[in-house]
Write a protein that binds this ligand. Structure first.
Ligand SMILES: [Mg+2]
Length: 395
């Protein structure tokens, strides 16, 4: 295998950002060696205004001029501890981005697509699929975009779900409980949940019984209300129940919910590292863990999570990715490498020019993303797209 003894020595760092809609700005950076090898990572954070780039710049200072042979060199060269990465999310996001960029660069040096590099460095036999099945997350498309205002009515949800089904997706996900936020004034099912249930029923009516609707609750419930909601979601034919409470902060409550629930419980999009996801499965907190390439430690760590968990609990790893095209590409490489059995998340219809952000263009057809042929990620954020729609800077 041409992957041992390869190294990458970064000398330059630059950042870019592209605003996809009023509340979403995809933030990226490039780490290059000045002779044509450029590794990239995405560091978009949930909250606009939370800036990860200064942390990336500080961590990258320790990498300049070093012979990097592994994506985890960013952790050792900066003397970071597992506890720091598990407890301080901006640091985990910066490290995940840098690990992505280094893995991208090392795979290019090894002259392998990232999917093959991930398997090669872990002695994983066989060849991975080049097409990765996606599911459509319609949340972002139901918030304000540059094309128009949002429509949060049940009809709006139904229309967006129908658009996704017509495009060839067989699964859609929505987050319909806008009105809910624990604690609630009444016991049992909160009155505020009725509107969310109406949105679910409207979307499910167009999706139909043979295709899947997943529901994300964004940790808006508590133990009692989550238990009251579960049978209603089940009756509505919902495919999974995502984060009624926060799996990392309210682990005990979620374990109780999972114990009583008949539905599949999914979550943990903010977690870092194999150890945490493994513990959530071993402690019966979740049925499906959702590592996000931007927070979990990057594509190598995501691959390791899938490689560790899938043989023990089939269908237990579904990567979280409501992100830009670079993260989706990195997630698709990891997903293909460990051989996920659940489709990968894709936030649809945030911007109709989204595919043009990457060079070559992002290719999604009939609900499948095709990995590009090039080495590393095989795609990079196009400087033309940055010039037309975004901004670039150095730190
Ligand atoms: Mg979620």
């Amino acid at each position: 295998m041409p992957v041992t003894g390869e190294w990458f020595t970064p000398t330059e760092l630059s950042f870019s950002a592209i605003r996809a809609r009023p509340e979403t700005e995809w933030v990226h950076f490039s780490l290059s060696d000045g002779s044509g090898i450029v590794g990239q990572g995405e560091i978009t954070d949930k909250q606009l205004g939370t800036s990860i780039s200064p942390i990336v710049a500080r961590l990258a200072n320790r990498l300049r001029g070093q012979k990097l042979t592994s994506d985890s060199d960013v952790i050792t060269l900066n003397n970071l501890t597992a506890e720091q990465l598990e407890t301080y999310r901006p640091l985990a996001t910066a490290v995940s981005g840098l690990r992505c960029a280094i893995a991208d660069a090392l795979a290019q040096v090894a002259q392998l697509p990232l999917v093959d590099y991930l398997r090669a460095i872990h002695d994983h036999d066989g060849k991975a699929d080049r097409k990765v099945q996606l599911y459509s997350n319609i949340n972002r498309a139901l918030k304000p975009t540059f094309d128009g205002p949002n429509d949060r009515s049940p009809e709006g949800f139904a229309e967006m779900a129908e658009r996704a089904m017509e495009a060839g997706f067989t699964t859609a996900k929505c987050a319909p409980f806008d009105e809910c936020r624990a604690p609630f004034s009444n016991s049992g099912l909160p009155r505020e949940a009725e509107m969310g249930l109406d949105r679910i029923l409207a979307a499910k009516a167009v999706i139909g019984p043979d295709r899947t609707l997943l529901v994300d609750c964004h940790s808006r419930f508590d133990l009692e209300s989550a238990l009251a909601l579960e049978p209603r979601l089940r009756e509505a034919g919902v495919g999974w129940y995502e984060e009624p409470v926060n799996p990392i902060e309210n682990t005990d409550d979620l374990r109780k919910i999972r114990d009583k629930a008949e539905m599949t419980i999914a979550g943990a999009e903010m977690g870092y590292g194999v150890a945490l996801f493994k513990k959530l499965m071993e402690d019966d907190v979740l049925d499906v863990v959702m590592p996000d390439v931007k927070h979990c430690g990057g594509p190598v760590e995501a691959y390791l999570i899938g490689r560790e968990l899938e043989p023990r609990w089939e269908g237990s790893v579904s990567m979280h990715c409501p992100s830009g095209p670079l993260s989706l590409l990195a997630s698709a490489h990891a997903t293909a490498a460990f051989g996920a059995t659940i489709p990968l998340e894709h936030a649809v219809y945030e911007a109709d020019w989204r595919h043009e952000v990457l060079e070559p263009f992002e290719t999604i057809e009939d609900g499948f993303l095709t990995l590009p042929d090039g080495f590393g990620l095989g795609g990079r954020v196009d400087p033309v797209a940055i010039a037309m729609r975004g901004r670039a800077w150095t730190e």
